[in-house]
Design a protein around this ligand. Structure first.
Ligand code: FE
Length: 332
């Protein structure tokens, strides 16, 4: 009798723990929780699936998933920049997903060829100038900013940030190593001052007249423009006459050791859906990956733009070369 009771207790325990895994998911993310919490709450209400966020530094989260192996609670890894998602895939912590919904909603250049990760929002990196000094007609491309006519006018963020490495990678892909090296050398010659640690400070330097223009992710501009002190900052969509503006992604992938893969895939599919896309992108004033999804009002006024449709996984593959190029060009 005792044995039977024990056996029953074990069965109940096992079925409970199975229920638990079916009703909850954990996302390891380097994104700020408040950007995704409202969407996940809505998802939980709709489906009964509880979603827990564990946020932290992308490199540390990848390392943790790697070390924890089968014991990891992570079902989904979510981060920014294709370079980082590519690293996660290289590390072998993600699993290939074949989903018609994801493949339909997300353009092919914004996801991994093998389905290990998927872009969920687009992050455009382009030229922002001071309209006290310049007008739109003065600009054309990232490459143009390397010419001597711009001497002492350019402000840049450090090349140590993955954003600029990915931008350089896209130029290597488009123009080759040698030409890109010349461009980056030209940028360095044109710098008005030392490189900045972040995009916001580079923008503030443009606004104050310390330099004339910079290259930043557009959501940083959107944030500053909510303050009228920065009204003199104006966006220019780069390279509209050739390959288009450099676009990176925020995105996510299924963790290989997830114990709840079916539900994790369903959540990824939801995040790519019309219902979630507008809000997911708007939270950080980014652009949706789903064509036709709503664009945040504050950035819609910048108008549509031609984007570089380089497969973003190439930004990862070319990352090392980009780092080497920046060093060779003395771009700090
Ligand atoms: Fe950022």
């Amino acid at each position: 009798m005792k044995n039977l009771t024990l056996a029953l207790a074990i069965i109940i325990l096992v079925s409970c723990s199975q229920d638990n895994t079916q009703d909850s998911l954990t996302i390891f993310t380097s994104r700020q929780p408040q950007l995704i919490e409202p969407i996940l709450e809505r998802y939980s209400e709709k489906t009964g699936i509880e979603v827990t966020l564990l946020s932290g530094n992308a490199q540390q989260l990848m390392e943790r998933i790697d070390i924890e192996g089968k014991d990891s609670k992570a079902d989904i890894f979510m981060t920014v920049d294709a370079g980082v998602l590519w690293q996660a895939s290289e590390r072998g912590i993600l699993e290939s997903v074949k989903s018609e919904i994801l493949n339909t909603n997300i353009p092919s250049h914004l996801r991994d060829v093998d389905g290990e990760w998927f872009g969920l929002s687009k992050r455009a990196r382009t030229i922002v100038f001071s309209n006290d000094q310049f007008s739109k007609e003065d600009f054309s491309s990232y490459e143009d900013l390397s010419y001597p006519k711009w001497n002492g006018k350019l402000c840049l963020r450090t090349s140590k940030k993955v954003y600029n490495r990915s931008l350089i990678a896209s130029m290597i892909d488009a123009n080759g190593f040698e030409k890109t090296q010349k461009v980056v050398q030209g940028w360095v010659k044109n710098l008005a001052t030392d490189v900045f640690s972040n995009d916001t400070n580079a923008l503030k330097a443009v606004s104050s007249g310390q330099c004339g223009f910079t290259i930043v992710n557009t959501y940083y501009l959107a944030r500053l423009l909510s303050d009228s002190a920065y009204d003199n900052l104006e966006l220019f969509w780069a390279n509209q006459n050739d390959r288009g503006v450099h676009v990176n992604i925020s995105g996510a992938g299924l963790v290989k050791t997830s114990k709840n893969k079916l539900e994790a895939i369903k959540l990824l599919e939801y995040l790519s859906s019309e219902e979630a896309q507008g809000d997911y992108a708007s939270a950080n004033k980014e652009f949706p990956v789903l064509i036709g999804a709503k664009i945040d009002e504050s950035i819609a006024e910048w108008g549509s733009f031609i984007e570089d449709t380089i497969g973003v996984e190439k930004l990862g593959k070319l990352q090392k070369e980009a780092v080497f190029l920046a060093q060779e060009a003395s771009y700090d």
